[in-house]
Design a protein around this ligand. Structure first.
Ligand code: SAM
Length: 293
C-alpha cells in the first residue's frame, strides 16, 4: 500500500522526467503533482499535510495512472484533465472550450484597480474576451456593487462562462456574446479588463505542445499579435466613462504595441502575481486616438 506522501513523490518525479511544460496555472511539477493526486483520489484540493500518511486506494491509483498518461504522453494541461482551475482564490470549471485561466490581471482586480482607477466603486466592469469567465467572475465576487459583463465572441467559451456564473450565483454578473465591445454604448464602463488573443506568428510556431489543446481563437492574433488590440483600443476610448481605465494584457506583444503607438504613454504594471505585458491606460490617454485616426 502506498501513502499520499509516496504517491506525491513518484508523481512529481514522473512529471519531471516527462519534461512537461508548467505554464497553465501551476508554477512547477510539485504543484501539478499535488493537484493531480488529490483530484484522482477525489480529495479536497485544499487538503493539508494531514493526509500525507494516509493510504491511497487502488481505484485512485488507476485514475492517477490515466491522468499521468494524458499529462505526459498527451501533453494535456492539468486543469483540463481535472476539469477545474483556480484564480484569485475562486475555483472554476475548466475544459477545452476556453483557455486555461491564468491571467495576471487577477492581481489588478484584487487590488481594487488602484491606484489607476480613482473613482469610488466601479459601476460597470467589462471582462472583454472573457473565455471561461474567471476574471469577470472574480471581479463580480470581489465587488458585489459593480455590474460585470462577461463578453466573448466564441459561443463555446461563453457557454463555459455561463456555467461558471451559475455555479458562483453572482447576481451582479451577466454573459454577453459580443465582438469585442461593438455592442456597448459610449461612456458606460468604468473598468475594462481585456485579455484578448495576443500571440504573434513567431510565438505561435514555437509554443510548447500543451498549448495545442487550447482553442486557437483564444491565442493567435496575426503577424504581430495585435490584430484584436487595435480595434480594442479604439473601442475602449469610446466605451470608457470619464475617469475610466483599460487594463490590457498583451504578454510578449508589448514591444510591438509600444512600437505601433509611439505617442501613447503606456504604464506597464509590475504585478505581485508575476506575469508580464500588462498595462493600464486611462480614457484621457486614449483620447489621442480620436485625433490620429
Ligand atoms: C486569451 S483568451 C481569454 C482568456 C480569459 N480572459 C481567461 O482569463 O481565462 C481570449 C478570448 O478572446 C476571445 N475572442 C477572440 N476574438 C474575439 C472577438 N473578436 N471578440 C470577443 N472575443 C474574442 C476568444 O474566444 C477567447 O476566449
Amino acid at each position: 500500500m502506498q501513502t499520499f506522501r509516496d504517491v506525491l513523490i513518484s508523481t512529481e518525479q514522473a512529471l519531471l522526467q516527462g519534461d512537461v511544460f508548467c505554464g497553465h496555472g501551476y508554477v512547477d511539477c510539485h504543484d501539478e503533482a499535488v493537484a493531480l493526486v488529490l483530484a484522482a483520489a477525489g480529495r479536497d484540493p485544499e487538503s493539508g499535510t494531514e493526509i500525507l500518511g494516509q493510504f491511497v486506494d487502488d481505484d485512485s491509483l488507476r485514475t492517477l495512472s490515466d491522468f499521468l498518461d494524458q499529462r505526459i504522453q498527451g501533453r494535456v494541461p492539468t486543469a483540463y484533465i481535472i476539469g477545474r482551475a483556480a484564480l484569485g482564490g475562486l475555483s472554476f470549471r475548466c475544459d477545452k472550450r476556453a483557455l486555461v485561466p491564468r491571467s495576471p490581471l487577477m492581481a489588478v482586480v484584487l487590488d481594487d484597480y488602484r491606484p489607476w482607477f480613482q473613482g469610488a466603486v466601479p459601476r460597470r466592469i467589462l471582462d472583454v474576451c472573457c473565455g471561461g469567465g474567471s476574471l469577470g467572475l472574480l471581479a463580480a465576487f470581489h465587488e458585489p456593487d459593480s455590474e460585470v459583463f462577461l463578453m466573448d465572441l466564441d459561443e463555446q467559451a461563453l457557454d463555459l462562462a455561463w456555467l461558471n456564473l451559475k455555479d458562483h450565483r453572482l447576481p451582479n454578473a451577466f454573459c454577453l456574446r459580443a465582438d469585442l465591445m461593438t455592442a456597448l454604448a459610449s461612456g458606460t464602463a468604468d473598468i475594462i479588463l481585456a485579455n484578448p488573443p495576443y500571440v504573434d506568428v513567431l510565438d505561435m510556431n514555437s509554443l510548447p505542445p500543451e498549448y495545442q489543446h487550447e482553442p486557437k481563437v483564444a491565442l493567435a492574433a496575426g503577424e504581430d499579435g495585435l490584430d484584436l488590440v487595435h480595434p480594442l483600443l479604439q473601442q475602449a476610448e469610446r466605451v470608457l466613462a470619464p475617469g475610466g481605465v483599460l487594463f490590457l494584457e498583451v504578454g510578449n506583444s508589448a514591444p510591438a504595441l509600444e512600437q505601433a503607438y509611439p505617442d501613447l504613454a503606456f504604464t506597464w504594471l509590475a504585478l505581485e502575481s508575476g506575469g508580464h505585458g500588462v498595462c493600464a491606460i486611462g480614457k484621457r490617454e486614449l483620447g489621442f486616438l480620436r485625433t490620429t485616426t
